[in-house]
Design a protein around this ligand. Structure first.
Ligand SMILES: Nc1ncnc2c1ncn2[C@@H]1O[C@H](COP(=O)(O)OP(=O)(O)OP(=O)(O)O)[C@@H](O)[C@H]1O
Ligand SMILES: [Mg+2]
Length: 272
């Protein structure tokens, strides 16, 4: 089967820093891949390279076998490769539902900026967009906040709002950058359940995640980055026992992070 996403010898340099170094990976359709690694490991940069927010220094990205390296972000998004940001991208002055309607531009003729700025008009013009946005809000449990200014939402709900916008785009591949950061434990569990449902409906996931409980629960496969390099890849349980992974997180090879309980989750802070 052709990979939904293939990255091949992908590298990105910033001056003297090699943020992503010669990374290869395949993501099968309807797989849920977790990307983990300490702070500065290159996870967000990898997303930027896949989604066209940054060009790679070298290497390639393929979507269902089609080379998309160097394509602008809008063209990659048009394929259905949709991402969220580590710091949620929210149009604070507009309402919650208008923020989500901005995601619908992938399948409507309304441009993103137009959608973001001229939404009351767009709403009148296109009931379908409004209904789709409301549906996406209901999926993440924000339907009651529809008419509130987006800036009034707490941080965790702004994340859910951004995810609703991504869903409204009808993604084929969804890349989420730390989606559970700022979420309560029940919200995080709800998000894992949602990812599973969407996967069953055909969506492929690549998720940067620091919460090891979420990783163990949600991921089919884990890719571990450290200093830009892929140091491990495999099922969550195997990766968790990998000595290089443990060393990357803890700086000592005999300390083993455990799945159960939040205290066991390797966090960026544990890096020496
Ligand atoms: N636009 C940029 N310009 C210069 N250096 C950058 C840029 N983006 C990232 N870097 C550097 O590349 C490296 C990888 O950063 P990146 O943000 O990809 O890490 P990360 O794994 O997402 O970390 P975190 O867990 O803190 O989000 C870091 O050394 C970072 O300082
Ligand atoms: Mg990051």
């Amino acid at each position: 089967m052709t990979a939904a996403l293939r990255i091949a010898a992908l590298s990105r340099r910033f001056g003297g820093v090699v943020a992503v170094h010669d990374v290869d990976a395949d993501v099968a359709p309807q797989e849920i891949i977790a990307v983990i690694g300490p702070n500065g490991a290159g996870k967000t940069t990898l997303f930027n390279l896949i989604t066209g927010f940054l060009p790679p220094t070298s290497g390639n990205v393929y979507y269902h076998g089609q080379r998309i390296t160097g394509w602008p972000a809008s063209r990659i998004a048009a394929l259905g490769v949709i991402r969220t940001f580590q710091n949620p991208l929210i149009f604070g002055e507009t309402t919650v539902v208008e923020n989500v309607m901005a995601g619908c531009h992938r399948w409507t003729r309304t441009g993103l900026l137009q959608a973001a700025l001229a939404l009351p008009a767009a709403r009148r013009e296109d009931r379908q967009v409004y209904d789709a946005a409301r549906e996406a809000l209901a999926v993440v449990g924000l339907e009651d906040r529809e008419q509130d200014p987006a800036r009034d939402l707490p941080f965790g709900q702004q994340r859910l709002l951004e995810i609703a916008r991504a869903l409204a785009a009808r993604p084929t591949v969804l890349l989420l950058d730390e989606p559970t950061a700022g979420l309560s434990a029940p919200e995080a569990r709800g998000l894992v359940a949602l990812m599973r449902r969407l996967r069953d409906g055909g969506v492929t996931f690549v998720v940067i995640e620091h919460n090891m409980d979420v990783v163990m629960d949600a991921a089919d496969r884990v890719i571990v980055l450290d200093y830009g390099e892929k140091i491990a890849e495999g099922p969550p349980q195997a990766v968790q026992r990998d000595r290089r992974v443990i060393a990357a997180y803890l700086g000592e090879e005999d300390a083993v992070p455990q799945a159960a309980g939040p205290a066991a989750a390797p966090t960026p802070e544990t890096r020496p």
